[in-house]
Design a protein around this ligand. Structure first.
Ligand SMILES: Nc1nc2c(c(=O)[nH]1)N=C([C@H](O)[C@@H](O)CO)CN2
Length: 116
């Protein structure tokens, strides 16, 4: 399948199990792989025939600024469903990293894989 990749996308959101952690936004990092057949766009050279990756990043930043999540898993599902439903992607692979949470670790997080 054709894919669009977005690496190390920094976003701000309220996230964490304890209430104090959700009091202020923190940075999470997303690595996203979007499955979509862009064979039409390869021939037409038209943005309408593919997924505009700039719009994807803007919508993710917008929705994560508006929402609050306890679990990184729930945040990840929310982002996957947004990409599948709003952008009609065929599939999404998503890695969500929370940097600097535990001592001795660079980052931790989850990976999800979802399809239509
Ligand atoms: N599987 C998970 N475990 C934990 C999460 C999570 O989102 N998924 N979150 C926390 C806390 O928010 C922690 O990161 C900071 O207090 C703990 N475990």
């Amino acid at each position: 399948m054709d894919t669009i990749f977005l690496e190390q996308v920094k976003v701000q959101t309220k996230l964490g199990v304890p209430e104090w952690e959700r009091a202020v936004p923190q940075t999470v990092i997303l690595d996203i792989e979007i499955g979509y057949d862009f064979s039409k766009a390869c021939l037409s050279d038209a943005i309408e025939d593919t997924i505009d990756y700039g719009q994807v990043v803007a919508r993710i930043r917008e929705t994560l600024a508006e929402h609050s999540f306890k679990l990184v898993e729930a945040l990840g599902e929310h982002v996957c469903q947004l990409i599948l439903q709003e952008f009609k992607a065929q599939s999404v692979k998503l890695k969500v990293s929370k940097p600097g949470i535990l001592p001795g670790l660079k980052a931790l997080g989850i990976q999800l894989s979802r399809q239509q």
